[in-house]
Design a protein around this ligand. Structure first.
Ligand SMILES: Nc1ncnc2c1ncn2[C@@H]1O[C@H](COP(=O)(O)OP(=O)(O)OP(=O)(O)O)[C@@H](O)[C@H]1O
Ligand SMILES: [Mg+2]
Length: 216
């Protein structure tokens, strides 16, 4: 993995434990409510959305028996491919949404049997239009109708940066909101959650915490 914060086999147990707790809480809430599509977002850039989305997807895939789709829907500033060390991919999810590629061309494996990654590649400035397109709706419907009942984790752009998070809101079941300790402002959290008030808030991840145990 190109990013040292992404879980790998030699990852420190103390660092894995909070992600295991997050995974278990997320799965319990999703299963209880019959939710399948979880979006990870924050109010501003750099809070740790991409790291959280990847590590959560990885931990769910590793728990066994659950297929996980990890989608990079931060189409203006995709981060998943770089963090996973697969930025040499030939196409990303934006190429599928804009009709340039077939779905099979944008699903990538990263050595985890049950993890299917749809990373971003390049920059799509008309991203919110792509997110409200029929192709996007069909993509989520196709994954939802997979009989293996997969979990879908979506890495979203920051809520206050663009209308992308709002655009995709009707397709998601619940939200995981990442807050960076010492960085994210209280008023921005309220403003973001107010904008996304129609989406269920599954929980808040306190990232970059000084006590090194992300709260949940
Ligand atoms: N718990 C943490 N402690 C310290 N640094 C962290 C932590 N989580 C993430 N970072 C660092 O913060 C930066 C941003 O992380 P990440 O890319 O996951 O954030 P993001 O919210 O997806 O950012 P963007 O809005 O740019 O997409 C990275 O350099 C990452 O290594
Ligand atoms: Mg990111």
């Amino acid at each position: 993995m190109s990013n040292s914060r992404i879980i790998h086999d030699e990852f420190d147990l103390d660092a894995v434990t909070p992600y295991k707790m997050l995974r278990t809480r997320v799965l319990q809430k999703m299963d209880k409510n019959d939710w399948r599509v979880l979006a990870v977002t924050s109010s501003h850039q750099n809070a740790g959305k991409t790291i959280t989305a990847i590590n959560l997807a990885m931990m769910i895939a590793r728990s066994g028996g659950r297929r996980v789709y990890l989608l990079d829907i931060d189409l203006r500033k995709p981060g998943i491919a770089k963090s996973l060390g697969i930025d040499d991919i030939s196409a990303g999810v934006g190429d599928y949404l804009s009709g340039e590629r077939k779905i099979k061309d944008v699903v990538w494996g990263v050595g985890e049997e049950d993890l299917f990654v749809l990373p971003g590649k390049g920059r799509f400035d008309h991203s919110s239009e792509l997110l409200v397109s029929e192709t996007m709706t069909d993509l989520v419907s196709a994954i939802r109708s997979d009989s293996s009942e997969p979990i879908v984790i979506i890495d979203l752009p920051p809520v206050l940066a663009a209308d992308d998070a709002l655009a995709i809101a009707p397709l998601i079941d619940a939200l995981l909101f990442v807050v960076a300790e010492g960085e994210t402002k209280r008023a921005d959290i309220s403003h973001s959650l107010e904008l996304l008030r129609d989406v269920e808030l599954l929980g808040v991840v306190l990232n970059k915490s000084r006590d090194a145990h992300p709260g949940y």
